[in-house]
Structure formats: structure tokens, C-alpha cells
Design a protein around this ligand. Sequence first.
Ligand SMILES: [Zn+2]
Ligand SMILES: [Zn+2]
Length: 150
Amino acid sequence: MQSHLEQSTTADILKKVDRYLRKSGGRMTGVRREIVLKMAELGKPKTAYQILEAANKKRSTKLSAISLYRTLEFLIEAGVVLKLESKNAFELCLNGAPEHSHLIMVCDKCGQVREVHDDALAERLVKTAKKNGHMLKHHAIELHGVCSDC
Ligand SMILES: [Zn+2]
Ligand SMILES: [Zn+2]
């Protein structure tokens, strides 16, 4: 999946996340900060288990799965983490607009995941949702199929 984080420094990432959290009435805590940085480091969508494992590598007191899920839920609500439902995977996204969607091509044979962009489609989705009184959140649209390698 293409990352919006490649050129961002750690300080930039934390500053942005902090701003989004404040907007949604939350604040940065030690654990949130740690998970955000770990996810930035991991880049591509990772399962909760992979994130937990990475986070606990250097911890003397291990983070529990429950607190990780709680942290992820909070970050999803704040719009800075994207969840890929079918893969149960999570990715950090600091793209800005809370209502934006991601188009994710998922290969059902090999499990490969690729993101594609279609600005016109994205705009239409926002418009259609608005017209029907539906307020979009940060979300992933999964396009299931078979990739070119398979
Ligand atoms: Zn996003
Ligand atoms: Zn494939």
C-alpha cells in the first residue's frame, strides 16, 4: 500500500496525530504515542498481533492485547488509523480529511493488498453520501479479486 508517511519525520507525525486527537476531543498519551510511532515504522497494514509484537519487543512491562485494541479503536475514531476489515489489519494514515476513502485491491488468492487512487470516484462517494444524509468517516473500500501475479 502506498504510504503518505514516507517523507514525514517522527516529529511531524506526532504533531499531526496530536492535532487530530485534539479535534476529536482526545489527547496524546504515552501508549497512543508509542503505537503511532510503531505503526509509522511498520508502514504497510499490519494485524493487531504484529503491531503488539513489535511494540512489546522493547518493553519490560508488556502491553496487553486489550489496551492495544482500545488504543487502535481510539485512533480509528480520531481518523488517523485505517482498518482493513477483511484482513483485520491496521494502517496509520495522516491524510487529513476525515471523510476520505481508500480503495484497496485485495487479492483473494495470495492475500496481496494494493491501494489505488481515483479522485473522481472519491468525490462522487462523498457527494452521494452527503445527498443521502450520510456523513462519511475515514474508511477503506475493499475491491476483492485476483491480482496480476496470480
Ligand atoms: Zn486515510
Ligand atoms: Zn494474488
